[in-house]
Design a protein around this ligand. Sequence first.
Ligand code: PEP
Length: 252
Amino acid sequence: MRRRIVAGNWKMNGSKDLVNSLVGQVRSEVASLDNGVEAVIIPPALFVSDVVRLAGGEIAVGIQNIACWDSGAYTGEVSAGMARDSGCDYALVGHSERRQLFGETDQQVAVKVGRALASGLNAVICVGETLEEREAGRAEEVVSAQVRRSVAEVGGDQWHQVVVAYEPVWAIGTGKTATAEDAQAMHAAIRAVLSALGAPADEISLLYGGSVKADNAAALFAQPDIDGGLIGGASLSAADFVSICRAVPGRS
Ligand code: PEP
């Protein structure tokens, strides 16, 4: 059975005050939901330990980026092992901001995915096309290639630690969202790519990300291949994040 996940990526936002006010509220409200959603908070790395402590094991915690290396002279980097040691369950890998602003390549993403999985983290692999690529009719080709290259180091029973987040670049932080039908079509295509690679595709959770809000989440999460969401801006409000968690349909 696929996990239903709603993960909040705080990006480089937040403060100790936000950690202290938001985590407890999300924790108690998510605990009262009966839809089986797994809530994940992905704060800036400096706040991970505080979020882990306040989450009390009832909300999962993630890190926004990990290094390509295990340890050594890489000033400013944080390894997957350190994230796991600090209580993280998830690592975001290949977010479009890392690809666009820091030049991260599919090859680096593949290495990071390998590091995350080997350290016992779940890897949330972010993929998505630009507006230019969509308008040129190349969205599925681009996303499929990103998926294939990003999972190059995944093997055997590691697939159960893999989550893929489809985030069209043009929808991130812009207020524009893919229609539920377009998002579903891309999720189905991603599942087909994973299946063709020999992965247990029906067991891999696929998330949609890109301007998900309380008022559009239900339509997206109702799609058969969309198993939850990766949420940016709306995850900085406890009320909005919990509303999105609530929008995950219960299992019959
Ligand atoms: C993101 O950063 O992954 C994201 C989806 O952001 P937003 O929800 O703000 O578009």
